[in-house]
Design a binder for this molecule. Structure first.
Ligand code: GTP
Ligand code: MG
Length: 473
């Protein structure tokens, strides 16, 4: 029986690899309340029928209905699990193929034995991302929507989820499509003029076309390219390192930002030996914040190693918080440390402002201009500190503006290529080059826009994208 399933029922030949039925455990490894096995392809339902005994024997496997019953091993009749199953008939499914989901108990061994049974009945284990790849290849979603699925799975802040959801709903796709439609219209007018010059086809004069190109394509495209930076920050996050000489309150600041006693705090200089890293959500940006060993000279070996790690973290930082103790005078060690990190984007934070101030900020305008005062102990200035961090990592933004889609790096690169061709095309029009010359650039820009949504994307690029998925998605 299982051998038969490997053959196409009409041609009695093995199905081609593109449309074989695939299966995978779609829930994460480890114990959970339920674990789901997903099967996609034309044999999904026949496989289910062989291994599932419905509690209600009149069960017709109506599409999109949940059925209760058990999974058993045909032949031995051994019970493998008590389950709920759903059959979803093409095309209203994730992959646009027939899809079956088997909702098992969440234990790994149970899931393992059920998936093995499904594979023995003729399904192939899905590659990472293969379900989503099929959704894309079968035209249910475009490439930007497929990439947004990766984003939603890996989002680390609510803002990241929101951006991904917007992209899944097709916002970016629609924007790119509307640009492509505008370009196709322009191309049609220009090509008509090439094909039928003697007919003196009424083509809009070039200045109309130029306006159209600017307003409907170039300007929105440039806006999208700018948004890519916000997108990158929300997807990848940024790294911030707290730096200072011993005892200025670095670990206290980390704890205050996290609102948790994460790092040891004592009044003894040299408390923190290793770097301590945690994630925190600052206005939607996942920020990796690193507390470091206080940097000073002439210390014993363990502390030296800590200081070496601190220096390494500084090198990787997107932003350095240079922390000083406002209740003491600014010291030669502070200044030396500042000079050694001054090549990084940084700003000075004066801590312990709940105590009497001894630091003289007017002495060093370079160090104290734009500095802010906080107290890690009383949390004074914490909101302002987060605002300043946000401003500095976003290049001056006070908060997120509603700007629409935020492309990822791949999409941005294709947009930039499209913009280059579009500017060449525009210059060609401005200089009244012949239509057949300038339409070459127009064709190229259309191709680059097509790469974004997946219409002109090469197979190796597709492979790279879908490899980023986890198994079962
Ligand atoms: N009054 C006051 N004391 C603070 C403040 N922040 C930290 N402290 C105290 O300063 C001392 C050192 O704090 P830590 O957070 O351990 O300082 P650190 O910079 O991490 O020190 P090392 O790890 O040794 O480099 C502790 O006694 C803290 O309680 C503050 O804002 N106000
Ligand atoms: Mg510390």
């Amino acid at each position: 029986m299982s051998g038969l399933l490997l053959l196409d029922l009409q041609t009695m030949k093995p199905p081609s690899p593109e449309n074989h039925t695939i299966a995978a455990i779609s829930t994460p490894p480890g114990a959970g309340g339920i674990g789901i096995i997903r099967i996609s392809g034309e044999h999904a339902l026949p496989i289910l029928k062989q291994i599932f005994a419905p509690a209600d024997s009149s069960c017709q496997f109506t599409s999109h209905r949940l059925y209760y019953g058990s999974i058993f091993e045909p032949g031995s009749n051994r019970l493998l699990d008590e389950v709920l199953v759903v059959f979803m008939q093409t095309p209203r499914t994730y992959t646009r193929e027939d899809v079956v989901e088997i909702h098992c108990h969440g234990g790994f061994l149970v899931l393992q034995s059920v998936i093995e049974l499904v594979l023995a009945r003729g399904a192939t284990l899905a590659e990472p991302g293969e379900f989503t790849k099929r959704a894309f290849l079968n035209g249910r979603i475009d490439l930007t929507q497929a990439e947004a699925v990766i984003d939603i799975l890996s989002a680390r802040t609510r803002k990241g989820v929101d951006l991904a959801l917007e992209q899944i709903s097709g916002t970016l796709y629609k924007q790119i499509e509307s640009m492509r439609i505008s370009l196709v219209k322009i191309r049609a007018l220009l090509e008509a003029a090439i094909d039928f010059p003697e007919d003196e086809i009424e083509i809009a004069d070039h200045s109309d076309l130029l306006n159209q190109l600017e307003n409907e394509v170039l300007t929105p495209l440039e806006q999208l390219i700018q948004n890519a930076d916000s997108g990158r920050m929300v997807r990848e996050g940024v790294t911030i390192v707290i730096v200072g000489i011993p005892n200025v309150g670095k670990s206290s600041l980390l704890n205050t930002i996290l609102q948790e006693e994460r790092a040891l705090v004592t009044s003894i200089p040299g408390t923190t030996r290793d770097t301590i890293e945690e994630y925190v959500d600052i206005s939607g940006i996942p920020v990796r914040i690193i507390d470091t060993a206080g940097i000073r000279e002439d210390v014993e070996e363990v502390e030296q190693l800590g200081i070496k790690r601190a220096r390494e973290s500084i090198n990787r930082a997107d932003l350095v918080l240079f922390l000083v103790d406002g209740s003491r005078e600014f010291q030669a060690e502070d200044r030396e440390l500042f000079n050694s990190v001054a090549h990084k984007p940084l700003f000075t934070v004066i801590n312990k402002c709940d105590l009497n101030r001894s630091i003289n900020v007017s002495e060093d305008p370079l160090i104290f201009n734009d500095s802010i005062e906080i107290s890690a102990l009383t949390q004074q200035g914490l909101t302002e500190l987060k605002t300043q961090i946000f401003k500095r990592i976003t290049g001056g933004k006070e908060q997120w503006q509603e700007e629409g889609a935020a492309p990822n790096l791949r999409q941005k690169a294709a947009m930039e290529r499209a913009a280059v061709s579009l500017r060449l095309f525009r210059d060609g029009m401005l200089h009244n080059l012949t239509n057949d010359l300038i339409t070459v650039d127009l064709h190229e820009s259309l191709d680059h826009l097509g790469e974004i949504v997946g219409e002109t994307t090469t197979d190796d690029v597709l492979d790279v994208i879908f490899e980023q998925f986890c198994l079962g998605k």
